[in-house]
Unconditional design. Structure first.
Lengths: 154, 154
């Protein structure tokens, strides 16, 4: 089958209920603790969790260099689904070089467990390939492990 | 001042209240009557007026050739604002070549009148220029006149 959405997908069964995963995604203090693979860190988070609201999580590498990561929420369904993209800034202002849409879903997977699915969809096959080579599977996989570790402490 | 949103703007004072203009935008049977400059016509409309919902209005030239025009709603505020883009299909699936975001606002402008503003924002300066050369001002201006003519009959 073709891949019209130029998709990369990561799925994990996480040992925490979906309400806790949703909190880790939407509480800025929690998001800051897991959203980038260590030893990188998140220097600052500024989020307005509603369609059209700002998503900003500034990443910092081990040398202290910062990388802005800006976009908006497209859709938010409590404890179920979060969709974000870097294609806009708030006000639906188009940004210079749209790269991807991130679709995250949380589904019950037995008592206290969640099927966590993170999809990155791209506008072009080239961007999908770039993202895969940047280490999508390793990076998002490590973040999923950090997310699980944090959610289990809540 | 710079134009980071690569914007084209059309503003008109229309001799109809904003509730009627909103209806002309969101009732498929009405949308079909004004949404393309004559003698072009709209062959089919399929719309689901909510964030993430389909926007489809197939245009037909005087020779009968059809041109699909597909996208989604980003934001809908009754009688106030409609934002659409061709950058996604429903499900927030990225489309091949995102061209623009259309921001339409309706503001009261005295008894029975509306300040109608239609903004086309683009991801690149090239797309903005292409759109301007395609006849943005003439085309959207003629549509605004057709919209007013229709709204006054409601």
């Amino acid at each position: 089958m073709s891949n019209p959405a130029h998709e990369l997908v990561l799925t994990r069964i996480i040992d925490a209920p979906r309400e806790k995963l949703f909190r880790c995604y939407t509480d800025p203090k929690l998001l800051q603790k897991w959203f980038v693979p260590r030893p990188w860190t998140i220097a600052a988070v500024d989020i307005d969790v509603r369609p059209g609201g700002l998503f900003s999580a500034t990443m910092k590498d081990p040398d202290g260099k910062e990388y802005p990561n800006l976009g908006v929420y497209l859709e938010v369904v409590e404890n179920e689904r979060i969709v974000t993209t870097d294609a806009f800034l708030p006000g639906w202002i188009p940004t210079g070089a749209p790269f991807m849409v991130a679709h995250v879903t949380f589904e019950d997977a037995g008592p206290g467990k969640t099927r966590y699915t993170a999809r990155a969809m791209h506008w072009t096959a080239e961007n999908r390939e770039t993202h895969e080579k940047m280490g999508f599977h390793e990076g998002w996989g490590q973040c999923a492990a950090q997310l699980e570790e944090l959610a289990k402490t809540l």
